[in-house]
Design a protein around this ligand. Structure first.
Ligand SMILES: Cc1ncc(COP(=O)(O)O)c(C=O)c1O
Length: 389
């Protein structure tokens, strides 16, 4: 099986991640910070060490502002519902995943907030000037995905961060696709809220993720309970990270996430990105100029500089779900078809409602995997042409 659905979740994980989780779960998995014995303090060190590694990875000087969540969706909901107040206006884009679009729509439908969705170009890139023009007197928040999960295009977050700061707005970035793969500095990019997931580019297990909460963003907690601190107090603690965390954390998952993040620093994010770019160029070069395919987003291999290895395409005359089924059953290649939880992006690029076939190689794929993929795609396209004659 050739796995090409790393935008959904990275697989396989580095072997160290499996080993570390197994070792921790068997021998050291005491409840972190809930007791004074050594095993518990060691488990706490594991959790706090992960917080520090993530803070370093994202250029945050205060690790306690890094909150563990279940995934990016959990982080985004925590941020949006904890930040937004009655009457607020939000600027966002049509490149967003449903994890941003749906909570905003829910709040909009209840009449609590209003939302302006800025359109990206057909290539899947946002213009910061268009974002600026969408800002109004009631705007509190700009929320933008760092990388489109349909096209892999990287958005100009630094420019948008700057304009948010100039206008006194909170700036939130959904880094579900880019965390661990693309450099992010919350301080340099002027990001107030950074949501990420652990199971994609960070090589952690599912059930991990986080939200960085900067000083300018006041998030009301919606999860209160035991923190292992100030137990005599009837009120949930105010200080970070406890303010937004409660209950036993997913310390097994956090151990896996830590090992994934360590793998990234050891391997070098630049090397990971470079490998992804090689695979992306191999896909684009493999089908470039073949008019049996529709390629979405920037299609020139030379345009791969600001892009993750994610390609959306269609074979003319074939539903993407059928193409995905043939790839799986006949060629043993796993790629995802459909809307990828981002219907507005497909409206923007002209592939709604059927969606696209999305190819997303990961660090453990090879150029040979890609050459098998492009041969398979061409054979499928030839059989469609032959059937049409
Ligand atoms: C851009 C983007 N945002 C958010 C999410 C949600 O991530 P999770 O399912 O881990 O919560 C995804 C997942 O595919 C995504 O691609």
């Amino acid at each position: 099986m050739i796995y090409l659905d790393n935008a959904a979740t990275s697989f396989p994980k580095p072997p160290q991640v499996y080993r570390a989780m197994d070792e921790f779960f068997r021998h050291r998995a005491a409840n972190p910070g809930r007791a004074g014995y050594r095993l518990s303090t060691e488990a706490e060190r594991e959790v706090e060490g992960t917080r520090k590694i993530l803070a370093d990875l994202f250029g945050a000087s205060e690790p306690e502002r890094m909150i563990f969540t279940l995934n990016a969706t959990d982080a985004i909901n925590m941020a949006l519902k904890g930040l937004l107040r009655e009457g607020d206006h939000v600027v966002t884009s049509d490149l967003e995943h449903n994890s941003v679009t749906r909570p905003l729509r829910g709040l909009e439908k209840r009449g609590a907030i209003s939302v302006t969705r800025v359109n990206a170009s057909q290539e899947g890139i946002l213009d910061p000037q268009a974002v600026k023009q969408a800002v109004g007197p009631q705007t509190r928040l700009i929320v933008i995905t760092h990388a489109s999960n349909v096209l892999g295009t990287i958005q100009p977050i630094k420019e948008i961060g700057r304009l948010a700061r100039e206008k006194g707005l909170v700036f939130m970035v959904d880094a579900a696709q880019s965390a661990g793969v693309w450099p992010i500095s919350v301080e340099d990019d002027l990001i107030d809220l950074l949501a990420f997931t652990g199971h994609k580019g960070l090589f952690g297990p599912p059930g991990t993720g986080g939200l960085y909460v900067g000083k300018r963003a006041e998030i009301l907690p919606w999860r209160e309970g035991g923190t292992g601190t100030d137990s005599e107090s009837p009120i949930h603690p105010e200080e970070m990270p406890f303010r937004l965390e409660g209950g036993t954390p997913n310390f097994l998952g956090i151990t896996g996430l830590k090992t994934g993040a360590e793998f990234i620093s050891k391997t070098g994010m630049d090397n990971i990105r470079h490998h992804g770019r090689q695979l992306l160029m191999a896909i684009l070069n493999g089908i470039k100029g073949d008019d049996r395919f529709i390629l979405y987003g920037p299609s020139e291999p030379s345009d791969t500089k600001d892009r993750l290895p994610i390609v959306s395409l269609n074979i003319k005359g074939l539903e993407p779900s059928v193409a995905g089924g043939i790839l799986d059953e006949t060629y043993g290649i796993a790629a995802r078809s459909g809307l990828h939880c981002a219907p507005l992006t497909h409206q923007c690029i002209g592939s709604f409602p059927q969606g696209t076939l999305r190819i997303s190689p990961g660090y453990f794929n090879t150029e040979d995997d890609i050459s098998q993929l492009t041969s398979a795609l061409k054979e499928i396209a030839s059989s469609v042409n032959a059937a049409a004659k």
